[in-house]
Design a protein around this ligand. Structure first.
Ligand code: ASP
Length: 235
């Protein structure tokens, strides 16, 4: 089987040339103005991911913890965000995430379920990426989307991010499904394929910080329940 794999590696080796061809077609068809749109896409993605990591997640954590969540958010980013950024894989990050949960003193019964489960199904970064990219591709191809179609994009992006595997680059493959759900051209993926490595790094960080904050929230919820039960038993 080792021989088989080696024989078929030429397909992988051919991919950069294929992507180059697809990017060439897109640039030739749209002119250099496409690079301005690229800039806008990157800015929007970075902005949305930062909003998710620094506003939405901390806000949810605040609701459960009732204290300033930022020291925790920064610690998660520093201790497990960095490995997520470079491995680009939620699955590979599971042990790092679990070690961090242990250091934070979370209940093992909770994080040993929520972290692996989150690494498989909780992909907020991927959902953001797929939604934004679908709109970007529609704009580049000059396709007007109705509000209904935009809602379909939101729904399929959430569903396909659940189905996305926690390995590098899988979110881009699942983007094909989102595009097809509203009849957008699948070739549009070529537009984002060239920069996927960078986008993958960002979305994986958001994916795993989401898993971390979910573990922290569930832990806080369970603690509160236990304290309430203990108080009731004592009364
Ligand atoms: N690389 C991402 C992850 O592992 C998945 C994706 O490609 O969106 O979380």
């Amino acid at each position: 089987s080792e021989m088989c794999i080696r024989d078929r590696r030429w397909i992988i080796n051919l991919a950069p040339f294929g992507i180059m061809g697809l990017v060439y077609t897109n640039v030739a068809g749209n002119g250099l103005a496409i690079f301005t749109q690229y800039g806008k896409l990157l800015a929007l993605l970075v902005g949305t991911m930062l909003f998710m990591a620094f506003i939405v997640s901390p806000f949810i954590m605040f609701i459960y913890l009732r204290c300033n969540p930022y020291p925790l958010v920064l610690r998660c980013l520093r201790e497990s965000g960095l490995t997520a950024f470079f491995t680009r894989s939620s699955a590979a990050n599971i042990p790092v995430n679990m070690a961090l949960c242990e250091k934070l003193g979370l209940d093992k019964d909770i994080y040993s379920v929520s972290i692996p489960l989150g690494a498989t199904i909780n992909m907020d970064g991927t959902a953001i990426y797929q939604g934004v990219c679908a709109i970007f591709i529609a704009q580049v191809f000059g396709i007007d989307l109705t509000i209904g179609q935009q809602c379909v994009i939101v729904a399929t992006a959430v569903l396909s991010s659940i189905g996305t595997a926690g390995v590098p680059g899988s979110g881009m493959i699942m983007l094909a499904m989102v595009l097809q759900s509203v009849g957008l051209p699948v070739e549009g993926i070529a537009l984002v394929a060239g920069v996927d490595r960078v986008l993958d790094m960002m979305r994986t960080v958001v994916n795993i910080t989401g898993d971390q904050s979910a573990a922290v929230c569930v832990n806080a919820l369970e603690n509160r329940k236990e304290t309430r039960q203990a108080a009731k038993a004592a009364a």
